[in-house]
Design a protein around this ligand. Structure first.
Ligand SMILES: *[C@@H]1O[C@H](CO)[C@@H](O)[C@H](O)[C@H]1NC(C)=O
Ligand SMILES: *[C@@H]1O[C@H](CO)[C@@H](O)[C@H](O)[C@H]1NC(C)=O
Ligand SMILES: *[C@@H]1O[C@H](CO)[C@@H](O)[C@H](O)[C@H]1NC(C)=O
Ligand SMILES: *[C@@H]1O[C@H](CO)[C@@H](O)[C@H](O)[C@H]1NC(C)=O
Length: 451
């Protein structure tokens, strides 16, 4: 990210460089430069408000409860709706700190980054009797450690490296090794739950989701390459290939499946919860690893989504066997899709679907978790907004791809509503009900990493 404080240089640049001037006029227009600086300042303030309050009231526990000014050890609760098998002795893994590492580097705060790295290397342990959700622990903890390691060792980043001796990579490798027993199934599809200390628990559920099997390759693939140990990447790749082999003749997948039998449990699926990151990871794995195999899976999968799930600018769910529409619902997680379409290069489709999501954001002030398209009403129980990043991320991608200043306006609207509705004295609270803007006492770790 480049910040520029020199208006004169911009003027000279404009005079001598007419073609560039036309191409990126909006970006260099002093009004937009000022707007970007203003937004950057606002977002920095928000990050530190979230981060400092986490460090004060919750660290080294997992997440901040900003209203009660206390913590929750939520790594063992993620995805665990019935709160089963909660450990007796678990005191958190500094989850929010782990998720904040890359943001600290982006904010240019190398001192704090280094302090965090040292704390984690001395104090973080995964040798705990805790049953965790493989998917959540992978995207948040393994992903956080691997990306921070890459940033810490990137020679183009002038990070203070005196004290960095690959500690985050060593931690990541330890965690990755604890994931491996989950993949020890007849199909190679991983269990959704694993105990970090003891492996797969007795009578563990064999049900998992498409995302749970198909969103491991980025973190585990990167880990293998960094650590020089192919076992993580092989396990993730084997699971992904198996999952892809289970597609229907329409190139559609279901939402839930059984890891022992390799049979589908839920045949209806869409681009939202339980499936979303399967598509995201195929495309991003193609970009990150440059392997054709990922594109050869992604392309037919993407075309099938556009053919069977799309209705105008909206996406509904359909049965993987017949392609017949099942549920007509808009969900907050689907809002990542326009960002993915930007990566594909499908800007027109990205733009139109992004506009629909943003119109719902504008109508409610934030994005409700679920909206019933066929009844034009909110889902009766899923009216919440847990500080999710997806719409902001798509807006970011669209802005960078098009340089259309409108996306900067959207970005500012999102930032302003977050400040208006979710900022509290000691952090940011989730919204329990978008119709009343009643708070929920939870600042999710991904708010600092993604939103
Ligand atoms: C880095 O973060 C710490 C903790 O929030 C803060 O005290 C410090 O001022 C920050 N440094 C910079 C350069 O922003
Ligand atoms: C590890 O945690 C202990 C206890 O909170 C603390 O005293 C120590 O300074 C930590 N290590 C680092 C490197 O920060
Ligand atoms: C696992 O299931 C079997 C058969 O239902 C039962 O006998 C056993 O007690 C269960 N084990 C645990 C740890 O729940
Ligand atoms: C996005 O769609 C709007 C409305 O249809 C249109 O005015 C705008 O030019 C489009 N932007 C891009 C980048 O395609």
């Amino acid at each position: 990210m480049v910040r520029c404080n020199c208006g004169t240089w911009i003027l000279i640049f404009l005079v001598i460089s007419p073609t560039i001037f036309h191409k990126s006029m909006s970006e260099l227009d002093p009004r937009w430069v000022a707007k970007k600086r203003r937004m950057s300042h606002k977002v920095r303030k928000m990050f530190y408000h979230a981060y400092d309050n986490y460090m004060t009231y919750a660290f080294p526990h997992d997440e901040l409860k900003p209203l009660a000014k206390t913590f929750t050890d939520s790594l063992v609760e993620l995805g665990n709706l019935k709160l089963e098998h909660l450990p007796q002795e678990y005191h958190g893994s500094a989850l929010t700190l782990v998720e904040s590492l890359s943001s600290l580097v982006i904010m240019g705060n190398n001192t704090e980054f280094e302090r965090a790295v040292l704390w984690l290397s001395e104090n973080l342990t995964f040798d705990v009797d805790a049953r965790i959700n493989l998917f959540e622990c992978n995207i948040r903890v393994l992903g956080g450690l691997v990306s921070a390691h890459i940033l810490a060792t990137d020679s183009t980043n002038r990070l203070v490296q005196r004290n960095y001796k690959n500690q985050l990579l060593i931690l990541a490798e330890d965690l990755g090794r604890r994931f491996l027993p989950a993949f020890d199934t007849p199909t190679g599809l991983p269990y959704a739950w694993i105990n970090l200390k003891y492996g797969v628990m007795e009578n563990e559920t064999t049900e998992t989701s498409t995302s749970g099997c198909g969103s491991l390759i980025l973190e585990m693939g990167a880990l293998s390459r960094l650590a020089g140990d192919p076992s993580f990447e092989s396990a993730a790749l084997r699971a992904l290939r198996k999952l892809w082999s289970m597609r229907s003749s329409l190139n559609l997948l279901g939402t839930t499946l059984d890891v022992e039998t390799g049979e589908w449990i839920e045949y209806s699926s869409g681009i939202g919860a339980g499936v979303d990151s399967f598509y995201e990871y195929l495309m991003k794995a193609h970009i990150l690893f440059g392997r054709d195999e990922f594109w050869r899976m992604f392309q037919p999968a993407y075309l099938a989504v556009q053919k069977y799930f799309r209705h105008g600018a909206w996406y509904h769910e359909a049965d993987m066997r017949t392609g017949k529409a099942t549920y007509w619902q808009l969900t907050s997680l689907q809002a990542f899709w326009p960002g993915l379409q930007v990566l594909v290069g499908d800007i027109t489709a990205a733009n139109s679907s992004h506009r629909e999501f943003f119109s719902v954001w504008e109508r409610f002030g934030v994005l409700p978790e679920r909206y019933l398209l066929d009844f034009q009403m909110l889902h009766p129980t899923e009216k919440y907004y847990p500080l999710r990043p997806e719409l902001a991320e798509s807006t970011f991608y669209l802005y960078h791809a098009t340089k259309d200043p409108w996306f900067l306006e959207v970005g500012e609207t999102i930032v302003d509503s977050l400040n208006l509705y979710t900022k509290v004295e000691s952090g940011f609270a989730s919204i329990r009900d978008v119709t009343t803007m009643q708070w929920e006492d939870h600042q999710h770790s991904f708010f600092l990493a993604e939103t």
